[in-house]
Design a binder for this molecule. Structure first.
Ligand code: 5GP
Ligand code: MN
Length: 338
């Protein structure tokens, strides 16, 4: 945003408006943290604010302040459609293409509300009038913090916003360990703790609420489903619907599993394929120069970041895994680079 746009947005937010916040399909900690962080900021300015998700999200995020107000479009399409149609402003958080919000994208596109994208994914599409976009930002939550500062409202930071933004920064940086974590990230985190963010409790709420089934599913994945290809520095897992059903899968139960594959010494490329509702969802992670955003875009109709991306496949699980394994030799030299 340039100075003129900042002035325009300030003027826009100066009077109470109907505001809708939307975030990506299968929201994660950053998606919900940024949406509810922005919500807890905007309600202080007396706007009428609604947060709409395309579908459901893991229960370890339900404690976030404002969560009770969230509308799931897949469960309540009618009120969600009305809110989007009547919105003066629609904030699009943590996604770069309307495809990422599925059918909700048609409603957002149709609405005359002013679109404002706040995001950190590569190659954003140009559907928004305003954009606060940086691929250098560790998370969308970091950009929400910047927006509040740009609006001159640092004084409005409070515990609710602090808890939300801390959550998104923590989850998107792998608890402050990915290279996206900078001195700036830690400075923001310090400000959030000063504003009341309950840092130690947040780690507990997000990471220590595992069910017995979730841990057993992880154990099964690690011991039975991991495949390692040393010559391609690659490791991957896959889980079928029947395997998920056996462990009474709940939303969020496989979050982070892909990182175990990446944690093996010498592995630079990790993948996770999971069958849900008839399609295969893929997660890709890398360390170093291998660009999984490019890989996901090219072969699995997806995208994301250079070291963390996702995609999907409409082939059967067996065919998807065969396709993946057959791709590896073509990337042999790229995978063996530092
Ligand atoms: P995850 O593997 O945790 O689902 O996603 C990793 C990263 O890739 C996230 O930043 C997420 O927003 C992005 N991502 C996941 N799935 C897709 C997809 O199907 N399309 C695109 N464009 N990005 C995705
Ligand atoms: Mn994010």
């Amino acid at each position: 945003m340039n100075a003129k746009q900042i002035k325009e947005v300030k003027a826009l937010l100066n009077k109470p408006k109907n505001i809708v916040i939307v975030t990506h399909w299968s929201p994660d900690g950053d998606a919900m943290g940024s949406s509810l962080g922005l919500y807890n900021y905007l309600i202080q300015l007396k706007h009428k604010v609604s947060v709409i998700t395309p579908n459901d999200y893991p229960s370890f995020l339900f404690w976030l302040p404002g969560n009770k107000k969230v509308i799931d479009f897949s469960k309540k399409p009618k009120p969600a459609k009305t809110l989007v149609a009547k919105a003066d402003i629609i904030f699009c958080l943590d996604f770069n293409s309307l495809k990422r919000i599925d059918k909700l994208g048609d409603e957002v596109e149709k609405s005359e509300g002013i679109k404002f994208m706040i995001d950190h994914h590569l190659q954003p599409e140009g559907f928004a009038k305003y954009m606060l976009h940086s691929v250098k930002a560790c998370s969308t939550c970091e950009l929400i913090f910047e927006l509040i500062q740009l609006m001159g409202h640092k004084k409005l930071m409070n515990k609710a916003i602090g808890n939300c933004l801390y959550t998104g920064i923590m989850t998107d940086t792998g608890s402050f360990r990915f290279p996206s974590t900078t001195a700036k990230t830690h400075k923001i985190i310090a400000s959030l703790i000063e504003a009341g963010a309950e840092n130690a409790d947040i780690h507990n709420r997000i990471y220590d609420g595992n069910t017995e089934n979730k841990i057993k599913l992880l154990g099964f994945s690690l011991s039975e489903k991991l495949k390692v290809f040393k010559e391609y520095k690659t490791a991957y897992f896959s889980l079928t619907q029947a395997e998920l059903d056996h462990y009474k899968y709940q939303k969020g139960d496989t979050e982070g599993v892909v990182n175990y594959a990446l944690s093996i010494e010498g592995i630079r490329f990790a993948a996770f394929f999971v069958e849900r509702d008839g399609i295969i969802k893929a997660s890709f992670r890398s360390q170093g120069s291998f660009d999984v955003n490019v890989f996901a875009r090219k072969h699995f109709s997806g995208g994301g970041h250079a070291n963390a991306a996702g995609g999907m496949s409409e082939l059967s699980m067996d065919k998807t895994l065969q396709k993946f394994e057959e791709l590896l030799p073509t990337y042999k030299s790229a995978l063996n680079k530092k």
